[in-house]
Ligand binder design. Structure first.
Ligand SMILES: [Zn+2]
Ligand SMILES: [Zn+2]
Length: 185
């Protein structure tokens, strides 16, 4: 599956956004404006202007929509949710070859709010995964105490754990066992 650089970045962003949500004994990591500012800077979301409480609530709402898309039981339901999300964001597809990248499309409208920016670009990245018939790559970590979202971009779609420090370790152990098994078989 060939994934353009912006799609890959958008997939990282959507996963990071979803994983700020409170879960188990983890607090909401996007609970106030300073946290939103940090998120916007860390993910290089350009041109979003001065952030307000309205932006914070809108981003939390978009986050919940992404969570629902990952939880969709089939592609039809996921497609409906993605369509609604992207339509509400008011996208303006623009071809660009900025910063030496090959031609690709930016979806957010000029001057879009941070929530609309995320909904448009991350929503289209998920649309791209669906078009490729790869909905099953939108996953949750199977570690019992984790449940973080991730996108499995492994060749054989075999990833079960996220790459957080604890789970990444399990991942290495599992990969090691698989290699041993392969070598033995
Ligand atoms: Zn770009
Ligand atoms: Zn995990």
């Amino acid at each position: 599956m060939l994934i353009p650089h912006d799609t890959r970045i958008a997939l990282d962003t959507v996963v990071d956004l979803m994983n700020t949500a409170p879960q188990g004994n983890r607090d909401d990591e996007l609970g106030d404006l300073p946290a939103l500012r940090t998120f916007v800077q860390a993910h290089d979301i350009s041109d979003v202007g001065r952030l307000t409480d309205h932006d914070l609530r809108a981003v939390q709402d978009v986050r919940a929509r992404f969570t629902a898309i990952f939880a969709a039981p089939d592609a039809r339901i996921a497609a409906t949710l993605i369509n609604q999300l992207v339509a509400a964001a008011g996208t303006t597809p623009q071809l660009t070859d900025h910063d030496g990248y090959d031609w690709h499309v930016h979806y957010f409208a000029p001057g879009a709010s941070v929530a609309d920016h995320l909904a448009a670009d991350c929503g289209m990245a998920l649309a791209f995964i669906l078009v490729a018939g790869e909905q099953e790559r939108l996953r949750r970590c199977e570690a019992p105490d984790c449940g973080r979202a991730f996108v499995d971009l492994s060749r054989n779609r075999s990833r079960r754990y996220c790459d957080s420090r604890t789970c990444g370790n399990r991942l290495h152990v599992a990969a090691y066992r698989a290699r041993r098994k392969e070598a033995a078989g």
